[in-house]
Design a protein around this ligand. Structure first.
Ligand code: MN
Length: 420
């Protein structure tokens, strides 16, 4: 395990700081003037990379002036490495003449974070075995819990790029068609089983046309974010057969504000678990492509403190993002800069490691008791859901920033949607 790399920004050297020099995650922020700027988190500060490129300290052909990370991603992996090298030199403890760099620091407390990149396409997978087993057990019983294809294919569906929002964005409870098993006909009403999904998002930085290998797919990934894939369970239960989720997953997906690069995570690589059924050759991993990242989710009712709901780890995945991406390309489907792949809900084997409220409350049969004494089976209006994640090194951690979203009540039903 690698050691803490020291920076001259002293807050970055605290063993608990999520943004040491080892991390250097990329985000988009604005200050008082509201202009969106590319920045890198260091300690409790953001280094304004747009300002440094304007001053000639960095030169990436203007890509840092675009208020989004897509242009940097499009430059390719050798430029990603050059930028990380330049930033390590500028911020490292042995850097000389730090005054100009120091003038480009903005306190995180004074900055507003925005979407770090433009999501060009969004695919979500179903690739943690404990989650698939738990949900399958609830819907079909333990004998048929895993679909027949599950141990062979990283299952996914095409989501909506337009639904991806940055941490801090409020999410409005959706309407949809609901029909419980004891109802003869569906009705149109606000979702009553509104849920979270604790996931990681992998961001494709290198485009592709045609099939790529798992090794090539791994190299195409620019970085990772925390991801809450908001899910309407009652809408999902009625709509999902035979084409899978649609409106139940199209309301919002919240991501953390900082893209943690593949380079920063490389000391934390782990292998996917042992295969229970041999994979076809095109899906075999040539090396460890998953990461040991501790994850947690909390719920805070309106005006009250957070209750820890679950602790899990990204290493619980059965398929890595590289395997998912390689599988995605087999159809000939082109991948674009800014494509985001959701891992699928990350549940561990223990009850305390479940990544959705559907599983935590076992379909609503076992409500959770919050620290405030209130009960929850699913998310209620005013509840704030927060995901946090970190990779733990030797004397340092790599953090993502919190992934936060509050649920607002559904609006009144429009007149044209009401029963006569
Ligand atoms: Mn999902």
């Amino acid at each position: 395990m690698s050691e803490l790399q020291r920076a001259w920004v002293s807050s970055a050297n605290d063993a608990k700081c999520p943004f040491p020099l080892n991390n250097l995650p990329y985000g988009v922020f604005s200050g008082a003037d509201g202009e969106r700027r590319c920045g890198v988190a260091i300690g409790d500060q953001i280094l304004d990379l747009a300002a440094l490129e304007a001053a000639g300290t960095l030169d990436f052909g203007g890509a840092l002036q675009t208020g989004s990370w897509n242009a940097v991603m499009a430059l390719g992996p050798s430029e990603w490495a050059r930028l990380r090298g330049d930033l390590t030199d500028l911020l490292g403890a042995s850097a000389q003449n730090t005054e100009a760099t120091a003038r480009a620091l903005v306190p995180q407390a004074e900055a507003q974070m925005h979407m770090p990149f433009m999501v060009s396409e969004y695919t979500d997978f179903y690739a943690a075995k404990n989650h698939a087993f738990n949900v399958g057990t609830m819907f079909r019983g333990p004998e048929n819990a895993l679909p027949a294809n599950w141990l062979s294919i990283p299952i996914g569906y095409n989501g909506r790029a337009s639904s991806v929002v940055v941490s801090g964005t409020d999410v409005t409870r959706p309407y949809g068609q609901l029909k419980s098993p004891d109802e003869a006909l569906p009705r149109f009403a606000p979702c009553q089983r509104w849920d979270l999904e604790l996931e990681m998002g992998a961001i494709v930085g290198t485009p592709s046309e045609g099939m790529v290998s798992v090794a090539e797919a791994d190299e195409m990934i620019f970085g990772y974010v925390l991801m809450n894939d908001w899910s309407a369970r009652d809408i999902q239960a009625w709509e999902y057969q035979p084409l899978g989720p649609f409106q139940s997953k199209a309301t919002a997906t919240t991501i953390s504000p900082w893209i943690v690069t593949r380079a920063a995570l490389s000391p934390f690589r782990v292998s996917t678990p042992e295969r229970e059924r041999p994979l076809l050759p095109y899906l075999k991993e040539p090396g460890p492509m998953l990461y040991d990242i501790e994850l947690e989710v909390t719920l805070a009712p309106e005006g009250k403190g957070e209750t820890l709901l679950s602790r899990t780890n990204y290493k619980e995945m059965y398929y890595s993002a590289a395997q998912q991406l390689a599988h995605h390309t087999t159809s000939g489907c082109a991948m674009r800069v800014g494509d985001m792949l959701g891992s699928g809900t990350i549940s561990g084997p223990e009850k305390s490691a479940r990544g959705s409220m559907l599983e935590m409350s076992w379909g609503g049969k076992e409500p959770l008791t919050l620290d405030s004494g209130e009960l929850r089976s699913f998310i209620e209006d005013g509840d704030t859901i927060t995901l946090r994640g970190q990779a733990v090194g030797n004397g340092y951690v790599i953090g993502f920033g919190a992934c936060v979203g509050k649920t607002l009540p559904a609006p009144a039903l429009p007149e044209w949607a009401q029963e006569d």
